[in-house]
Design a protein around this ligand. Structure first.
Ligand code: NAP
Length: 295
């Protein structure tokens, strides 16, 4: 793990790191990343860099400046940045998405910290066991993943790497779920099932349900019908990656049915903590970051 270079610290208060995406104004990242930088006395400013697609190349090139630690990357650029970087971490390459870029001596390195963020969030909520080198094991768990977009890709690779026993991907467009399942099976000797009709989940209850769709973000609707959720065991854990709103329809349904559940703030925290360590080489001050998110 690299630490802040001499040349970077010599640039004093002009160090920068930021979020590349479009839109970015809604992001919580400046709030907790700036709190972490300040807590450790790192003279850097976390900025919002709204970047329409035609400006992506220029924006990524600007990360090579000595004063720049790197960036987070969000919708819609997580896949498009890959060919613009010097190296890609193997997990990010398998997932096909980068959400963190680190500038080391003017070379840009890409990582995916969403996968780490999800597993550490689940562990914080009492799932899985902690392994050497900070790995989380989900051995013994069976998972239903709702969605097959960018966030679902990271989650699917994370769940298999963590050793889940079975993975079922449910997506509105079946073909997208099938493509993700095929990509997973190129890397792992592991059976992945894909569905588009939630009713087919009923004979296959799982111990973990993860919502990686955007359903529930803008409207009070659930990606899983209540009558399907009602067939899951009472010890099922429901994780909704959505954190704004904090209470989605899915989480309300889960609570009413007495299931354990949590929203995506904990994933946001842990993906950000790993990014912070990659940029600075220092352990992230989790308590400071958590407090600034009001977790
Ligand atoms: P994305 O690539 O655009 O994928 C969207 C997913 O939602 C697809 O599976 C899509 O299904 C599904 N979907 C959208 N509208 C739908 C509808 N009306 N009915 C059924 N399915 C629908 O987005 P993403 O980047 O994966 O993000 C997904 C969610 O994860 C967002 O809410 C995002 O905020 C959240 N997220 C949270 C964190 C965190 O740290 N907590 C990190 C990353 C993402 P189709 O393929 O059928 O269109």
């Amino acid at each position: 793990m690299s630490t802040l270079g001499e040349h970077q610290l010599q640039s004093g208060s002009s160090l920068r790191v930021g979020l590349i995406g479009d839109p970015v104004a809604h992001s919580y990242s400046p709030r907790f990343q700036q709190a972490a930088l300040d807590a450790l006395g790192i003279p850097a400013c976390y900025e919002l860099w709204r970047t329409p697609a035609p400006q992506l190349l220029e924006r990524v090139r600007s990360l090579c400046e000595k004063s720049c630690l790197g960036a987070n990357v969000t919708i819609p650029h997580k896949e498009a940045v890959l060919p613009l970087l010097d190296t890609i971490d193997p997990l990010a390459a398998r997932i096909g998405a980068v959400n963190t870029i680190v500038n080391r001596d003017e070379y840009l390195h890409g990582y995916n910290t969403d996968a780490h963020g999800l597993l550490h969030a689940l562990h914080e909520h009492g799932l899985g066991t902690s392994q050497p080198e900070g790995r989380i094991s989900l051995k013994g768990h069976t998972a239903v993943l709702l969605g097959a977009g960018g966030a679902a890709r990271g989650a699917a690779f994370a769940l298999i790497e963590a050793g889940v026993e079975r993975l079922i991907i449910l997506n509105r467009h079946l073909e997208r779920a099938q493509i993700l399942a095929a990509d997973l099976q190129q890397h792992y000797d592991f059976p992945v099932f894909s569905l588009s009709d939630p009713a087919f989940l009923i004979p296959h209850p799982a111990s973990l349900i993860i919502n990686a769709t955007s359903v529930g973000m803008h409207e009070d609707v659930s990606p899983l019908p209540a009558e399907v959720l009602a067939h899951f065991d009472s010890d099922t854990f429901v994780y909704d990656m959505i954190y704004n709103p904090t209470q989605t329809h899915l989480l309300c349904q889960a609570r009413i049915m007495g299931l354990r559940c949590a929203n995506g703030l904990s994933m946001l925290l842990h993906q950000g903590a790993q990014a912070f360590t990659l940029w600075t080489g220092q352990p992230a001050p989790l308590d400071v970051m958590r407090a600034s998110l009001l977790l």
